[in-house]
Design a protein around this ligand. Sequence first.
Ligand code: FAD
Length: 469
Amino acid sequence: SPIILWYRRDLRVSDHPALSAACEAGRPVIPIVIRDDTVDALGAAPKWRWGLGVAHLAETLGAAGSRLILRSGTASDVLQALIKETGAGAVYWSRLYDPAAVARDTDIKATLKEQGIEARSFGGHLMFEPWTVETKTGGYYKVYTPMWRAVKDRDVDAPLSAPGRIPAPDTWPKSDELNDWALGAAMNRGAAIVRPHVRLGEQAAQSRLGAFIAHKVAQYDEGRDLPATDGTSGLSENLALGEISPHQCWHAGMRARHEGKRGAETFLKELVWREFAYHLMHHTPRILDQNWKEDWDAFPWNEDERKAEVKAWKQGRTGIRFVDASLREMYVTGRMHNRGRMIVASYLTKHLLCHWKIGQAWFEDCLIDWDPASNAMGWQWSAGSGPDATPYFRVFNPVTQLDKFDKNRDYVNRWIAEGRSNPHKDALSYFDAMPRRWNMSPDDTYPDPIVPADEGRKRALGAYENRGF
Ligand code: FAD
């Protein structure tokens, strides 16, 4: 009887343990995706980007003699219907770790088992399953560096190659049309503007990994902090959707380290930051929506989204160039440099004293590399409320950061058009992307800071003092 292979955020065929196991079983494989409420709940850009990934996966599967069946509805109902229609005796999937997916998958597994249907979940999204990494006293790591030390010499499974041909059933069940799902409907910013910035699919991710290791990783230690240069791997969107596996990145990084390429170890460390975020989400799912450190619960963050300062922040018109450039970059490309993410997050939560959840939600709407674990950890780290966070009294100065990391102003000039006689095309594309009601024009005078760097710092420190930290 056929095996149903349920694709979610693992949109690849190589190094895919669930797919490889299904193919090895020598039975027909029916790959499916389900548009359920977890898909409907995605932010605008992540949902649209997932749709692009699904379309691309369908092509890849087609080339391997298979198909991708699309169905909408509650995942358990869809699976039950498919089992009935196809006589499938097994359902395989790659594990996810966010609480909604875990609850859904646990229920489904129990029901299928009761019915005598084989239900198997596989790894692949992470290198180290959260329950396999423990501190000496038996808990999970709340600080990154000791976790890095604990895992850095572990063997990471060698990547599996893609199955040459995927066994097909005699007849295929019917499928929805992807276009009918309208996954890009909420992309007010105009999908056509973001599209050229997308690196889509497994092949593209693999060639980027190769090029990054060959030409960039040696300078990664310096390059990764300079937002004007293309000095990082840029693989986060592919990792977020499983178009590449962390194992594939890890082994490429290890080879570079053996070859003595400087920067390779830092790259490996970043991959472990991703694992750290997942381990935290697994052990403390409240990191997604509550202060990880509870003593922050009494802090009087502004939570009102309608406040003018919040609007100015989202729209990239705070008058602080590094902040505005970064937010505009995200709006146009669906990505933001890590340095920018830290700076805009610090500015929102410290200079503007706004709740990190406002920023977390905006990122969730705008990022094509949105990842529940990394986004939540990044925001709480920046706000000071998270594990291993930047100390709350360390307030990034977004003006001196510019002198350090964008000395020649190449980055801010790429993204800010106002006041320039010959603005960069990317800076102009921001005005094409934005909704009209934002009422901004490249001919405007660039605004004065809504909260100047020094003033905001003092205000934040005052607020912390009153809290008695
Ligand atoms: P590289 O420098 O090439 O690093 C390689 C990989 O390591 C990345 O692709 C990523 O998977 C992982 N990685 C690197 N830095 C981190 C980090 N700090 N935390 C976790 N994993 C990391 N990353 C996301 O993938 N999705 C998010 O939604 C996200 N939101 C963030 C929000 C905030 C406020 C902050 C401060 C950081 C956030 N990050 C997020 C982490 C980081 O900014 C991005 O992973 C990184 O910029 C991606 O670029 P890259 O692929 O070129 O990274």
